[in-house]
Design a protein around this ligand. Sequence first.
Ligand SMILES: [Cu+2]
Length: 381
Amino acid sequence: MFDIFHRVCDLNYFKHTLKTHTGTQPGLEMNVGDRVRWYFASIGKFCVFFAAQKEIHNTHVSPGADHSVHTPHIHGHTFDVSGGGRNDQVDLLAGSSVTGDMIAENEGRWQLHCHVNDHKKAGMISLYDVGNETSSTTSCDMDVNGVVREYFVQIEEVEWSYYDGDDAYTNMCASPSVLTDDSVSKRSVESNEVDRLGTNFTKARYVQYTDATYTVRVQEDDELGLLGPTLRAIVGDRIVVHARNALSDRNVSLHPHGVQYGKDAEGAPYLDGSVGVDGDDYIEPGQEYTYTWCVPSSAGPGDSDGSSIVWLFHDHVHEINGTNAGLIGTIIVSSRDSANVVDAKPTDVDKEIVLLFASLNELSSLYVVTSVTSVVLLRAS
Ligand SMILES: [Cu+2]
């Protein structure tokens, strides 16, 4: 039996909202074991999330707004996009609609939000509730052939240069040879215009180490750039991430997409009844926390995916500022029938390259004050 949900949200001129109240949207409630069909749709200047049992028409169409790309993302579950593989978020252009089927299996209050930074910042956030009418708790059972994949990740402050001074841009999308002289990228790094901050910034990164002493770093692939380590697992495994916050004065977290987690391993503080209770929401400077993430079949490739699937993990304490600072990494999950058990890589892929396509806004970074101050001091000297 499918629960068919309908929900209308509005975008007014300045605010992107899910027409939410403080708390869950009425009707966004389900129980463990329910089969749920999500309808996501967007139409030009306003967005429509169909996702609740009864339809409530509260749509306001306002003139002028034109932010019609949305990426609604749910915490706590994944769904199968009709004709499009497994995901926990969808891409919506104006006039498009996407359907996703999921089985509610993770009890708790979970966030539903647009992953476009401006939209999230403007309030496009809601919650949905998964109750549990049975006495059994949500399980995180490993496959009999499953493996515990253990990672040691330290969150570190780094001095980062987008341009190394030679004929190469470090960790940018393009090399100088393919940029025209008036391109924004080239002007950003080469111009001395006063409104340019230059190429060197204080950033934060997830850095992988071999063990809990955090002394020996794991060799990184060059193309990762700012990206954190690629965490790997095979369906049926369990991922254990020991995380240590080495930043001097900022709380951080690791929030994963795709994999399954309980409220003690979500890494996202919001009004779900567990803020600050379990220790996962934020790791204070100098502190450590261990996240345990399960990798059930819903975290692996769907029927129309290839032999592996990639998910993000990122800071969710200051989701926008943290990711702009560089706190982003990936998780690659391989299917059980085509993975190397030792390294969890898909056996039918010769080489994997993980690339991040993102516009990092230094003015929205955790370190904006540090970076701007150092530029001002440098110019004053
Ligand atoms: Cu989120």
